[in-house]
Design a protein around this ligand. Structure first.
Ligand code: SAM
Ligand code: SF4
Length: 432
């Protein structure tokens, strides 16, 4: 989502006639698009600002803006720590970037040191042509369908930084997808903090959007992220299963903890059994579905026994991908009042145990693919892999292979080897 926001910011700049500078030291405008989900991400912003301070001192005409969730969270406070910053702009206010920049350049009073942290509902109606989809393979594109979040998980800043949910009209989303397909996009990924809560003003849901987009000719793959377990309804599971192969057999469904006690304290809206019932319902309908999740380790009330339940959930579900994080106390969240009871060492130790068990499971899951033929959407060359082509299967598995190919091609590849994080194979030239 942040990558996509950066693409929107870059698109506005380009539309205003700016071109990309060869380095920060030669830039007229520098924007930091920031994340505040964990303390570490916020620290990164301030250390980056520390590096930019000297540049700004030597070139006062340089315009330096802080955008994204740290901007939203800190607001005017940000100037206290970084007085050389010119403006602060939250994620739902990026539509006003062009006017903010021109006001600063024209020397309008109050333009410098301005703060825009309004939640504009029209922030979601971003002019599609203005998105600079840099950094993505041309065959893949993100498409925002929903902004904000109406949940109140007790550890999370997102509802404060991104505001309440607003959904785009389904016809606008479909028009964007058609436009992208016309330009060579083969895969779209629908984005929303709780993308499966999508419901437009006419009551059309993500299930409707999946059904309608699966019919767009030329579109080969549809993904969506992130789904909330509480909104993973039977109707949506049925729609996923019925939409056919265009809807990729991969679902990211964050659970956060294996302990129902911790889930209650997190106010997640699901307990362990409810989550497992969702997984069972998904696998019954889609036996080949690959699953990803997120875990937070070391939530303030998490006991050793609670953590054991997280470990046992790993074995019970055998996820294909897991993102795991040490709990980070965030300003303004309900869990802040619980304190941060585990030491960093304790959290690190639990995280280490979780990650090492998950590595074993992932390696076993991936090894089961050896000998099978897979369809890879090629994203580019991976230098770390000895300049091999890299891409993903519909199940979201990363595949590396040698031979002739090009970004944006869909290649048939036979899997020859596997690690916990990727598959290695050789192109077969033809689909079986
Ligand atoms: N909306 C999505 C959901 O509900 O799953 C994802 C939100 S967040 C951008 C991505 C992940 O960051 C979460 O799933 C959670 O695991 C993690 N996260 C959120 N707040 C956190 C915190 N205070 N400390 C550590 N990890 C956190
Ligand atoms: Fe944060 Fe919970 Fe909303 Fe996800 S569902 S963004 S974790 S509050």
């Amino acid at each position: 989502m942040n990558v996509h926001d950066s693409q929107k910011l870059a698109g506005i700049l380009e539309h205003e006639g700016y071109v990309k500078a060869s380095s920060a030291s030669r830039a007229d405008v520098i924007l930091l698009n920031t994340c505040s989900i964990r303390e570490k991400a916020v620290e990164k912003v301030f250390s980056e600002l520390g590096r930019l301070r000297a540049l700004k001192r030597s070139r006062p005409e340089l315009i330096l803006g802080v955008c994204g969730c740290v901007a939203q969270q800190e607001g005017r406070e940000l100037f206290a720590r970084a007085p050389f910053v010119d403006f602060v702009m939250g994620p739902r206010a990026i539509g006003s970037l062009a006017s903010t920049l021109s006001r600063i350049r024209e020397g309008k009073s109050g333009a410098r040191r301005s703060v825009d942290t309004e939640y504009r509902d029209d922030s979601i109606e971003f002019p599609v042509d203005r998105i600079r989809r840099e950094g993505e393979c041309v065959a893949k594109a993100f498409v925002t369908v929903l902004e904000g979040c109406n949940h109140r998980c007790t550890y999370c800043v997102v509802p404060m930084t991104r505001g309440r949910e607003v959904c785009r009209d389904m016809d606008d989303v479909l028009a964007e997808v058609r436009q992208l397909v016309g330009r060579g996009t083969l895969e779209v990924e629908f984005l929303g903090q709780t993308v499966n809560a999508y419901r437009d003003a006419r009551g059309r849901t993500l299930a409707d959007l999946l059904r309608a987009s699966a019919e767009i000719e030329g579109l080969r793959r549809i993904r969506f992220t992130t789904s909330h377990p509480a909104q993973m309804t039977d109707a949506l599971m049925d729609a996923m299963a019925a939409a056919g192969p265009t809807v990729c057999p991969y679902l990211h469904l964050p659970v956060q903890s294996g302990s129902s006690t911790v889930l209650r304290a997190m106010r997640r809206g699901h307990d362990r059994d409810a989550y497992l019932r969702k997984i069972e319902g998904l696998r019954r309908r889609m036996p080949g579905l690959a699953l990803g999740t997120d875990f937070i380790v070391g939530f303030p009330s998490e006991t050793e026994k609670d953590f054991d339940e997280t470990m046992s959930l790993l074995d019970e579900v055998r996820f294909d991908t897991v993102y795991s994080f040490a709990y980070s106390a965030r300003p303004g969240t309900a869990a802040l009042s619980l304190g941060d009871r585990l030491t960093p060492e304790e959290k690190r130790a639990r995280l280490g145990r979780l990650q090492s068990r998950q590595r074993e499971i992932q390696e076993q899951n991936n090894r089961a693919w050896i000998g099978r033929d897979v369809e890879v959407l090629v994203e580019g060359l991976d230098k770390r892999e000895g300049a091999k082509w890299t891409g993903r299967t519909p199940e979201n598995r990363v595949v590396h292979f040698a031979g002739s190919s090009a970004p944006g091609r869909i290649e048939p590849v036979r899997v020859l080897a596997a690690t916990a994080y990727s598959l290695q194979g050789e192109p077969t030239g033809t689909f079986a």
